[in-house]
Each structure stands twice: as structure tokens, then as C-alpha cells.
Design a protein around this ligand. Structure first.
Ligand code: SAH
Length: 350
């Protein structure tokens, strides 16, 4: 029998599974709480289960879906974890302390199917989707590693991969993240970022009230299609209609991420165009000055001067659009946006 990865199961799934192996249904909640509230790291730590049940867990299931193989800490306290999965693949997860917050940036795929021009993860190509267990376990493993030192307060799906291209597993992971008997995060503390898969975006709006971020990066179709090939399938008009119709909770806004690329998308004219395309959307803009990718992957793009960055922000602010400049974190360990390739620091390859 194939071993079961227990963190694939939401609480209702676990109830069915527990019954299927002949245990009482209420055991599922007990087990779920042990895994996520008590944060056990091996089945031996499960104290209040019968010996028989423990043996079934021990021999028939995997509690952990990944294992930390390396941790790099940046000067600004950002920590990048390299995680090994059961089939020998690797992913990265980044912890970003920013007191009083502490955000965990998690991956949803090994590699990524979208080849956005400025993003290093895209150069890996797509290897596979992560399972629900592999998504949830990133939170569990980092929490376990941090112990009482740091408590994760926010989760962002902004690591490797496109979360909406792995919709079912990501949504189940969110269910476990927000279950009060599970990891007990509020939806308000979870943000999903997408390159703009419109049908899945519409579905997400109906199924989960997590915060939404859209990687926009250009305000006209010609440039956006060049930077982000997915725009050829779902052009700006379709993406922004879905955003206008998105069922946002009161006072909530959609975050639009906009990488500033020197001389490419950072002119005052393009800023005015951005204001125009976001008209009627409850929006705020995160400007991300481009992070140079690694020397092994020379890039055609550069970070604009401080002056150009501020001038771009100024146009948005004058139009009453909230625009913040997101300072990249962890750049000295290649943990910043678009720099994740699951490469060990000493192996020189992934
Ligand atoms: N696929 C999803 C999730 C990844 S989020 C998405 O596209 O939204 C990672 C964020 O970092 C995205 O906004 C991405 O566009 C941005 N990014 C990628 N490469 C970058 C780089 N070199 N510099 C700055 N931001 C980058």
C-alpha cells in the first residue's frame, strides 16, 4: 500500500480516512490538532492516541512531506530554506521577519510553467505541481525550525510557481492553513499572487476570501505580452474585468505588483497609463524595483535610478492611487522576488 501523506488531508478528508482504517471519526480532530496545534514533528510525540492507531500512522503514513536541507540567513534577517521533497526535487521557502510581522513566502510548484522574462524561477521550466502536503509542510517545517524564536504571522504564495496553475492543491492547503483546528491563520493574513490566470481567478473569488495580488508589470498589452507570455492568453482587458468584478470584502483592495525595469516600463507616460487601466478597480500598487538575477543568468534588465522610481510613484500618488515601493529583502542570499531557483549554496546547481 502506498504510504499516505497525512498533510494532504483537510479535516473532513482526515475524518473519512480515519474511519476507513477502522478508527472512530472523532480521532481525526484529535489527530489534526496534534499535527498543527501541538506541532508534532514525529509520530512518537503523539501522546494521547492508542498504540494500535499510532502503529498505523507510523507504518502507513508520512507525517512530513519535506525536509529542510539548507538554511541561509541574510544580513537583514531574511532566511531562505531549501527543502527536499520525497522524489528528490527541491523547493525554496523564504521567511521575512518585519516586526511585528513575520511573513513566510511559500512555493506552489517545482519550477514554473510561465516564462516571465525577468524571473529566474521561470528559467527552470516546469517540473511539477506541489501536493497539498508539500505546500502546508513548508509552514510546519519553518515553524518547527524557528521554535519559539519567531512566530509566522502572514503567508504569501509568492515563492516558486504559479499558485492558480495548481488550483486544487493550493485551495486545499489554504483550507488547512485557516482551519481553527489546523494552522489557524486568518484569511486576512494569507495573500495569493498570480500572473493572471483569469478563469481560476474568478473561481478563487467565489471560493476563498484570501487577499489577492496580481503581477501586472506593464500597462499595455504589447509590452505585457513580451514580458509575461501569459498575457497573450489572458490580455489586460480580461484580467482587469475579472478584477473589477472580484467579490472583495468591504474595505479590501487588490494589490498590483509592478516591477520597475529601467527604460522598459518605468516612464511617466507608462505611470499615467497604469492609472488609466486601474480605473474602477479597488487597487493598491506595490512597486518592486527590479532585483538583478544571478550572474549565471545575465539579464537584459536593470533597476531604475532612485529618481525614476520616485517619479513613477509620484504620478500614481497624485492620481490618488496608493503606491508603495517595496524594498526587496534577502537579496544577498538570492531570496528576493524572482530569485528562487532551489539551488544549494554549495552545490552550484539545482
Ligand atoms: N507566479 C505568481 C507567484 C510568484 S510571485 C506571480 O507571478 O504572481 C513573485 C513576484 O515576484 C511576482 O510579482 C513576480 O512578478 C516578481 N518578480 C519576479 N522576478 C522578479 C525580479 N527579478 N525582480 C523583482 N520582482 C520579481
Amino acid at each position: 500500500m502506498e504510504p499516505v501523506f497525512i498533510k494532504n488531508y483537510t479535516l473532513p478528508d482526515l475524518e473519512s480516512w480515519v474511519e476507513s482504517i477502522g478508527e472512530a471519526r472523532f480521532r481525526a480532530r484529535q489527530l489534526f490538532r496534534q499535527i498543527y496545534n501541538r506541532r508534532i514533528h514525529c509520530w512518537d510525540e503523539c501522546s494521547d492516541l492508542s498504540k494500535m492507531f499510532r502503529a498505523q500512522l507510523e507504518f502507513g503514513t508520512h507525517l512530513n512531506a519535506s525536509r529542510i536541507v539548507e538554511k541561509q540567513e541574510a544580513a537583514d534577517d531574511t532566511a531562505k530554506y531549501l527543502m527536499a521533497l520525497h522524489d528528490g526535487q527541491f523547493i525554496e521557502t523564504v521567511l521575512i521577519p518585519d516586526p511585528p510581522r513575520c511573513t513566510l513566502c511559500i512555493s506552489s510548484q517545482v519550477g514554473c510553467p510561465f516564462r516571465c522574462k525577468f524571473c529566474l524561477t521561470g528559467t527552470l521550466g516546469f517540473k511539477r505541481n506541489l501536493s497539498t502536503a508539500e505546500i502546508v509542510d513548508q509552514v510546519c517545517q519553518v515553524q518547527h525550525d524557528q521554535g519559539t524564536r519567531r512566530r509566522i504571522t502572514n503567508i504569501v504564495f509568492m515563492g516558486m510557481g504559479e499558485p492558480l496553475a495548481n488550483y486544487a492543491s493550493v485551495l486545499r492547503a489554504i483550507r488547512i492553513l485557516v482551519d481553527p483546528n489546523g494552522l489557524a491563520f486568518s484569511h486576512r493574513r494569507i495573500t495569493l499572487s498570480t500572473a493572471g490566470m483569469v478563469p481560476q481567478l474568478r473561481r478563487l473569488g467565489k471560493e476563498s476570501p484570501v487577499n489577492l495580488a496580481i503581477s501586472l508589470h506593464a500597462s499595455d498589452d504589447a509590452l505585457r505580452s513580451e514580458l509575461m507570455p501569459i498575457n497573450r492568453k489572458y490580455p489586460l482587458s480580461e484580467l482587469l474585468s475579472a478584477c473589477r468584478e472580484y467579490p472583495l470584502p468591504p474595505r479590501k483592495r487588490i494589490t498590483f505588483e509592478y516591477i520597475l525595469l529601467d527604460g522598459v516600463n518605468d516612464s511617466a507616460k507608462q505611470a499615467r497609463e497604469l492609472v488609466r487601466v486601474l480605473h474602477g478597480v479597488r487597487a493598491k500598487v506595490n512597486l518592486i524595483p527590479f532585483n538583478p538575477v544571478d550572474a549565471e543568468f545575465p539579464s537584459a534588465y536593470r533597476r531604475p535610478s532612485e529618481e525614476r522610481i520616485l517619479a513613477f510613484q509620484d504620478v500614481l500618488q497624485r492620481a490618488q492611487l496608493t503606491a508603495i515601493i517595496r524594498q526587496s529583502r534577502g537579496a544577498d542570499i538570492s531570496a528576493a522576488c524572482g530569485q528562487l531557483v532551489a539551488k544549494s549554496s554549495n552545490s552550484g546547481g539545482s
